[in-house]
Design a binder for this molecule. Structure first.
Ligand SMILES: NC(=O)c1ccc[n+]([C@@H]2O[C@H](COP(=O)([O-])OP(=O)(O)OC[C@H]3O[C@@H](n4cnc5c(N)ncnc54)[C@H](O)[C@@H]3O)[C@@H](O)[C@H]2O)c1
Length: 364
């Protein structure tokens, strides 16, 4: 539904509002919770500084309500932070009719969604995503969770937010490397959707300027469509995993203690290189599509190589991932741009070849 100053995406069981001015809707939404049921705001230290004042300026009734800020970054997506959130909710007498507002990036919506969904067997929460990954992807779809024992998303639940409010203006304070990271998810979504969306992405000179709101909208619409057909990831939703089976393992690997770290989107970009290669071997991805994908990725992302001695370790991280099936590893691939295929099993040899291919690309 298009309005003058915002758009409502209604494919899901909860509304997603996108635009410059759904503030009045947010005010209306929180009203009943403020009358005695309790509202709580979860941020990280960055979104506490940059986003919480903006939220309170637009929704003054939220001034003075309890808020908790965790350390920024992936390391906060863990059981210790979830425990901290449960303690904080208990100390402030939150109940099953209270509301948690997740104000932050994908770490905050994953962690806050998980903590709310498990607190007293479930309290309502809304997402107000402030990063590009959050706005284009993580805040919608109902997947919540935390990392455990060095492996991403090992514990979690499907739990829908009651609503999602996307204000692209929050992106103004987002650092440029985080914009690039979010651009990876937008790029992935365009590869799956194909057609003119992919052509528009290919012509983006640099994602660092004012990010095109229409690309965020395309990404949310595409995700909402797949999630509404297959909310629990049994079939078509799995397409959204393109780049993520390899990407998550690479992300976990580079984020081990003592390693230099890697942003989620940068890891997904590397994962898309590997999985485009596997797609050409196992799903028939044409050479021209492959070139179009790789040239776009190397134009925007710092593709890092992986020393051959670590291939086994990355493979075993993939085996821990939820997509394992039979003897090989289960991938979501591309038959061509715009035509995803799911549940394709790849054996170690082609996976290792894809790492070698990634290393070639990293030298280009
Ligand atoms: N649940 C899902 O469907 C889903 C989908 C994609 C990604 N994810 C998860 O999302 C996470 C990555 O998301 P992310 O990149 O948003 O991580 P993030 O939440 O750590 O945010 C990235 C960085 O940007 C900062 N930040 C956020 N908004 C800001 C703003 N407006 N101004 C200034 N700084 C700001 C944060 O403090 C953080 O340092 C990963 O854990 C990934 O697994 C989940």
């Amino acid at each position: 539904v298009e309005r003058d100053d915002y758009l409502i995406i209604n494919h899901l069981s909860y509304p997603v509002y996108i635009g410059a001015n759904p503030w009045d809707l947010l005010k209306e939404f929180v009203g009943p919770y403020l009358n005695g049921r309790g509202v709580f705001i979860l941020t990280d230290l960055n979104t506490q500084k940059y986003c919480l004042p903006v939220l309170i300026e637009h929704v003054p009734s939220l001034a003075g309500i309890p808020s908790l800020a965790v350390e920024p970054g992936e390391q906060s997506k863990d059981l210790m932070s979830a425990g901290r959130i449960w303690n904080w909710l208990m100390e402030n007498n939150a109940g099953r009719k209270s509301l948690l507002i997740n104000l932050g990036g994908g770490v905050i919506s994953d962690l806050g969604g998980f903590s709310a969904a498990t607190f007293k067997r479930g309290m309502p929460f809304i997402n107000i995503p402030t990063s590009l990954i959050g706005q284009a992807d993580a805040a919608i779809g109902g997947k919540t969770g935390i990392n455990h024992s060095g492996v991403k998303n090992q514990a979690g639940v499907f739990a829908d937010p009651s609503a999602v409010f996307v204000f692209p203006a929050f992106l103004r304070t987002l650092p440029s490397d985080q914009i690039r990271s979010g651009f990876a998810e937008i790029l992935k979504s365009a590869l799956l959707a194909g057609n003119d969306v992919w052509e528009r992405i290919r012509s983006v000179e640099s994602p660092y300027g004012e990010t095109d709101e229409s690309l965020i909208i395309e990404s949310v619409k595409y995700k909402a469509k797949l999630v509404s057909i297959d909310p629990y990831d049994h079939s078509s939703r799995k397409a959204l995993n393109f780049g993520h089976t390899a990407g998550h393992a690479i992300e976990s690997f580079f984020n081990r203690p003592g390693m230099p770290g890697m942003l989620h989107g940068d890891a997904v970009a590397e994962g898309m290189v590997c999985e485009a290669f596997i797609s050409s071997g196992l799903a028939g991805l044409p050479e021209t599509d492959m070139e179009s994908i790789i040239s776009t990725i190397i134009r925007h992302f710092p593709v890092k190589s992986i020393d051959g001695q670590y291939f086994e370790e990355i493979l075993s991280l993939m085996e821990h991932d939820k997509k394992k099936l039979g003897t090989g590893i289960n991938f979501s691939l591309l038959k061509s741009i715009g035509h995803p295929v799911v549940d394709i099993e790849a054996e170690r040899e082609i996976i290792f070849q894809s790492f070698r291919y990634l290393n070639q690309i990293s030298r280009l």
